[in-house]
Design a binder for this molecule. Structure first.
Ligand code: A3P
Length: 327
């Protein structure tokens, strides 16, 4: 509400009340103070309401922790409806226990706009949560405007581990009739930028630069940081999404409960993720368990020889130089 309107309304209201009750100057002052406080509270309520009506877009390069980020964002945003605490009797009804995170947060490009259909999004609960692998520059323009109501969270993972994770994943999907896909070949394609959604450095830098320019709209997280300190990262994520944890929630351990529910160890062992096949209907030969491999930071050391390390390190140095983004 603009302040001039607020002031005009306040003084009209006060004059009106004063006429009826013959307020003293001190009472009038007190009345003004109360109205000021109330209008401030209204403003705050409106802001938090607006934040909650934002669309949330979770952006990643494939194999950077998309499944994890989907689970965490869903659990944070829906924690009133679905508490994550194991001591809460409702925890057993949590959708993450019976659905793969990909079934709870749809991809814009594979699901929402698949088959050239105009989607009906009217039934989605607010805030709507979507995911995408689309690079920043190719996102729909309305998401990039300065007054957009879209909040973008980008989860970035060290390129070394992302490549290993992708290669292992693609090998599982590859039909047996095709020749084997060697690691040398995968590294060559990765370094040439010949992968889905474009070169990894452009993808990462696109979101990184935007997070520096518009930090209220784009949050840049790193997989490795989340592994190291999930609690701080979840606090930052929840605050950014407009669903900050209260002091009471922190005291009750809600952050740790969400971290535990969405952890690799927990999700991997759920029946839906061990034997389900439905999460990525758009991929042939897909099984949910392919999404949960090792989830280790630094697994790449088991695959790269020294000259391969040098090749990717040099490329990263060249591409990320001066950007402030490092791994
Ligand atoms: P690895 O292949 O290194 O094990 P995406 O979800 O984008 O497809 O990324 C998959 C990677 O994230 C895999 O890495 C997978 O094991 C890891 N992952 C899946 N669930 C996770 C979780 N809850 N926490 C951390 N990492 C997870």
């Amino acid at each position: 509400m603009p302040s001039s309107t607020t002031t005009a309304t306040n003084s009209t209201t006060t004059t009106h009340l004063a006429k009826q009750h013959q307020f003293t100057a001190a009472e009038e002052e007190e009345e003004e103070e109360i109205i000021k406080l109330l209008s401030q509270e209204c403003k705050e309520l409106l802001v938090s309401q607006r934040e909650r009506e934002c669309d949330v877009v979770l952006a990643t390069i494939p194999k950077s922790g998309t499944t994890w980020l989907k689970a965490l964002a869903f659990a944070i945003i829906n924690r009133q409806r679905f508490p994550a605490s194991s001591s809460n009797p409702h925890e057993k009804n949590h959708p993450l226990l019976t659905s793969n995170p990909h079934d709870l947060v749809p991809f814009i490009e594979y699901e929402i706009y698949a088959n050239n259909k105009i989607p009906d999004l009217s039934n989605l609960p607010e805030p709507r949560i979507f995911a995408t692998h689309i690079p920043y520059h190719a996102l729909e323009e309305s998401m990039k405007k300065s007054d957009t109501t879209t909040k973008i969270v980008y989860l970035c993972r060290n390129p070394f581990d992302t490549l290993i994770s992708s290669w292992e994943f693609l090998k599982k999907l590859r039909p047996e009739s095709l020749p084997q896909f060697s690691f040398e070949e995968a590294l060559k394609m990765y370094c040439n930028g010949s992968i889905g959604y474009g070169p990894f450095w452009e993808h990462m830098l696109g979101y990184w630069n935007e997070s520096l320019k518009r930090p209220q709209h784009v949050l840049f997280l790193k997989y490795e940081d989340m592994k190291e300190d999930i609690v701080s990262n979840l606090k930052e994520l929840a605050g950014f999404l407009g669903f900050p944890f209260t002091v009471e929630e922190e005291r009750e351990g809600v952050i740790e409960d969400i971290a535990k529910l969405c952890s690799f160890e927990k999700l991997k062992e759920l029946e839906i993720n061990k034997s389900g096949k439905a999460a990525m209907k758009f991929l042939n030969n897909f099984e949910n368990n392919y999404l949960f491999r090792k989830a280790q930071v630094g697994d790449w050391v088991n695959y790269f020889n020294p000259s391969m390390v040098q090749q990717l390190s040099k490329l990263m140095e060249d591409k990320f130089q001066g950007s402030g983004l490092s791994f």
